[in-house]
Ligand binder design. Sequence first.
Ligand code: FMN
Length: 178
Amino acid sequence: MKVPLNSAVRLISPRVTALITTVDKQDRVNAAPYSWIYPISYNPPLVGVGVGGKHKHTYINAKETGEFAINIVSEDFAQQAVNCEEQHEPGEDLLKKHGLRTTPPEKIKTPRVRESRAVLECRLKDIIEVEGSDHVILVGEVVAAESAGGLEEIRPLMHDSGKKFRSVGKEIVLNRRR
Ligand SMILES: Cc1cc2nc3c(=O)[nH]c(=O)nc-3n(C[C@H](O)[C@H](O)[C@H](O)COP(=O)(O)O)c2cc1C
C-alpha cells in the first residue's frame, strides 16, 4: 500500500510522549505534551524537540530562557498529560488544572513534573530551522537526567498518531555483529 508522502513520517512511530516544561520571563511554568522528540548525539548528549510553530509557548519560552525539561509521560497519568495540550493564555497553570504537580529541578531553573519517572533537563544549544519546513527543532544539551528505573518501571506512553497511543511491548534481545 502506497503511503501518502505527507503521512510518511507516521511510519516512524510510536514515539515516547513527554511533557515539555519551560518557564516564561516571569518564571511561570508552561507544560505541553510533545512526541517529536529525537536523539541527536551521545557525546555531548543532545536531543531534539520538533515544534510545529514559533507561536507555541514552548518555543517562545525555551528561546527566551535557554532551557527546557523533557518529562516522560507514564501510562498512569497519560490522560492528564494529554489534557495539557489545550489552548491557554501564557502563564496559565495547566499542570495544576489537570491534577499534576511540579518538583524542583537539579541543574536548570525550569521545574520538573513530579509525576514523571524519567526526566531530562536541557540547556538550549541550538535551534534548527530547515527552510520551508513546518517544524523547528529545539536542540537541547542534557545537563541532568534521572529515571526511576527501566521501561517496566516507567511504562512510557508511546504516541502513534492522532488520538492513538501504545504501551511498550515485550523485550526482544538479539545478537549483534559488533
Ligand atoms: C501526544 C501529543 C504529542 C504532541 N506532540 C507535539 C510535537 O511533537 N510537536 C508539536 O509542535 N506539537 C505537539 N503536540 C501538540 C502540542 O501539545 C500543542 O500544540 C500544545 O498546545 C503546545 O503547547 P505550548 O504552546 O504550550 O507549547 C502534541 C500533542 C499531543 C497530545
